[in-house]
Design a protein around this ligand. Structure first.
Ligand code: 7RM
Length: 634
């Protein structure tokens, strides 16, 4: 039986089966893969601890299912098509056979440099095929990869290296992004000054930027693969062995390492990729995410390649050399499924329709959205002008922690509704709860979104700190996974995601903890205290608004703001720079010392009417002072 849902009644049937007989349901899908040893039971779970296992005692290697399994069936099919930052640079195409060889070769290179099963490897690389090769090579030899988005600063990189005690770092001399070549090797050098665990750094030559190569530590990629065999045995992995760690921001200061394991992640990313996008053999699938984010892991690399798909990888940015680049690429490669973020849609929408018109987008069959709520206006624009009104638009809700798409239409099979993620995929049991955790049944309800039953690709722990995982996701509501998002179910039973209900802001689809940004701002010697909130931003979805108490001596407001932005860029990365900074005399605090963010959010969104109950504030006058100087925010 095919794993691909074909009809609406098929969806309903599969959904019911997945709820009534989850083990039979997932067991059947998992049978599509090559297991070195069959599992004993499909799952075991306990959401209190939490302790979740899928395909218990099964032995498997995810790369055998991506590479070896496809070698004799679709070995000549394109696995990866790569478009460079510069439109004139030649396309790179790797067939499944070529990918097999390159992954094996690099696996051997890593082994030769001391990396083995269970070791952690940081990948801090541009969007080039070698980034995917690096991920797969780790998976092949059982090393745990942790991709760090190459826009993060040396400090952020060092924090991640230290948190997971990485043995190796994979990077490049520099990264091309738009008109810039960013010298990333220098960032790695800087980070390593405060790391002691890294034994080798392998450097891909990409930009030709001058780099310092420390003997015994740094090694060129081309030297590392020289003479290495093009085959490499796939390590026997337990289904519950760690596949990767991906750091993500939460409501407290330090990013946490979300842990995904091999078996469940493999089954779920494959199944959701195939179904949500209704991928058909030969289609060209393009997800515009960066491999530094979970979307890049699940829907550029793992899901598509497990399904034998052709996945397009783009090194550059949507606006370089002109803001027509996405449309030009769709035309150039006759892309069939296009998956991007609302922030990109809104940014490109601003350039008008003329720039789209020269391109033939008729190859598109499905368009998708991910990362943040898509507003109705952007939905309609995307649907009409990119999908030309005849491509289903799948609004896919999921998280780093969920590993794969959870709530989404199935393209062309289940109905869509603007701004609604719509219905849960088979196997997913979302519920909406009130503040006390009571399930709000039926339609026309609004509350917090939880998931009450495990799914194969859910996070298993947070690296090195299981208690933090329990606290963050499994303690707010007993016996449930709490997503941190608010949601409503409308009169038709469709789910609309309302955004974060915790202190996490979503800037252009990138999650950032307000506490993390505050900590960075507070590093500036002139800053006494700060509070960060999100506010509505036309393009980014949310912008970052920082209220800062400073010692102004020897500074003007303008240069202090510049310095604060630079501090944040240095500590976290440019993506975390506040859009607006307001210097304030104090912050609205309750008697117990908690900042009343509700008030700060209202001021930041220019909603100065009713401030609500401020009677519990230590110093209510401070609110007036903040309102009066709101126009100085810049
Ligand atoms: C895949 C990804 C997760 C957070 C999540 C939401 C928000 C993501 C949607 C969405 C509304 C969507 N992982 N989010 N997708 N909100 N509709 N379709 O983005 O870990 O980086 O972020 O993103 O708030 O909790 S993530």
């Amino acid at each position: 039986m095919s794993n691909k849902i074909q009809t609406l009644s098929g969806y309903i049937h599969e959904y019911q089966k997945s709820v009534l007989q989850p083990e039979e349901f997932w067991g059947r899908i998992a049978e599509s893969f090559h297991w070195k040893k069959h599992w004993d039971s499909v799952m075991e779970w306990d959401f209190e601890k939490p302790d979740v296992k899928w395909f218990v005692n099964g032995k498997v290697n995810i790369t055998e299912n991506i590479l070896d399994r496809h070698l004799f069936t679709i070995g000549d099919r394109k696995a990866i098509i790569w478009e460079a930052n510069e439109p004139g640079e030649a396309t790179v195409e790797l067939t499944y056979r070529e990918l097999y060889e390159k992954v094996c070769q690099f696996s051997n290179a890593m082994k030769a440099n001391g990396v083995g099963k269970g070791d952690r490897v940081i990948i801090y690389m541009p969007m080039v095929p070698e980034a995917a090769i690096a991920m797969l090579a780790c998976a092949r030899i059982g090393a745990i990869h942790s991709v760090v988005f190459a826009g993060f600063s040396a400090t952020s990189l060092a924090d991640r290296i230290n948190d997971c005690q990485a043995k190796m770092v994979l990077t490049s001399d520099g990264n091309f992004r738009g008109s810039k070549a960013i010298p990333v090797k220098a960032v790695v050098d800087d980070a390593l000054k405060s790391c002691t665990t890294v034994e080798k750094v392998i450097v891909l030559k990409r930009t030709g930027t001058d780099v310092s190569m420390k003997s015994g530590l740094d090694m060129w990629w081309h030297d590392a693969i020289e003479g290495q065999a093009l085959s490499c045995p796939a390590e026997v992995m337990d289904s519950e062995d760690v596949l990767y760690i991906l750091y993500t921001s939460g409501s407290t200061g330090k990013p946490k390492g979300v842990v995904h394991t091999v078996g469940g992640y493999m089954v779920y990313t494959y199944y959701t990729f195939l179904n949500v996008f209704q991928y058909t053999a030969g289609d060209v699938f393009w997800c515009t995410a960066d491999v530094g984010w979970v979307t890049g892991h699940s829907y550029i690399v793992y899901g598509p390649l497990l399904a034998g798909a052709t996945t397009l990888m783009f090194e550059g940015v949507p606006t370089y050399p002109k803001p027509n680049r996405f449309w030009q690429i769709i035309d150039k490669y006759k892309v069939n499924q296009f998956y991007t973020a609302p922030t990109a849609i809104r940014a490109l929408q601003a350039y008008g329709l003329d720039i789209i018109e020269p391109f033939d987008l008729s190859s598109l069959k499905v368009i998708g959205s991910v990362g943040e709520p898509i507003n109705e206006e952007a939905w309609h624009w995307y649907h009409s002008h990119i999908g030309k009104g005849n491509c289903p638009l799948v609004d896919t809700w999921w998280q780093t922690e969920t590993g794969g798409i959870m709530i989404s239409a199935i393209a062309g099979i289940t109905p869509t509704k603007p701004a609604f993620a719509s219905l849960p995929l088979p196997g997913i049991q979302p519920i909406i709860v009130d503040a006390e955790g009571k399930e709000l049944k039926g339609n026309n309800v609004e509350g917090n979104l939880c998931i009450k039953f495990p799914w194969p690709s859910m996070l298993r722990t947070t690296w090195g700190d299981h208690e933090r995982c329990r606290q963050t996701y499994f303690s707010t509501y007993k016996g449930m996974y709490f997503t941190g998002d608010g949601a409503k179910r409308d009169h038709d039973g469709y789910i609309r995601i309302l955004g974060r209900v915790d202190d996490v802001i979503n800037v252009s689809g990138h999650r950032m903890g307000t506490a993390e940004i505050e900590n960075a701002i507070n590093e500036h010697p002139k800053v006494i205290e700060s509070a960060v909130v999100g506010y509505p931003h036309d393009v980014k979805g949310q912008g970052i608004y920082a209220y800062v108490i400073c010692d102004m001596e020897g500074r003007t407001e303008a240069n202090l703001k510049d310095e604060i932005r630079l501090t944040v860029a240095n500590i976290i990365g440019p993506i975390a720079k506040p859009d607006k900074i307001q210097i304030v005399p104090g912050l609205p605090k309750t008697r117990s010392g908690k900042i009343m963010r509700r008030i700060l959010r209202k001021v930041a969104s220019n909603d100065l009417g009713n401030m609500g109950d401020t009677s519990t504030l230590l110093d209510p006058d401070v609110v007036q002072a903040i309102i009066e100087t709101a126009d100085t925010a810049s």
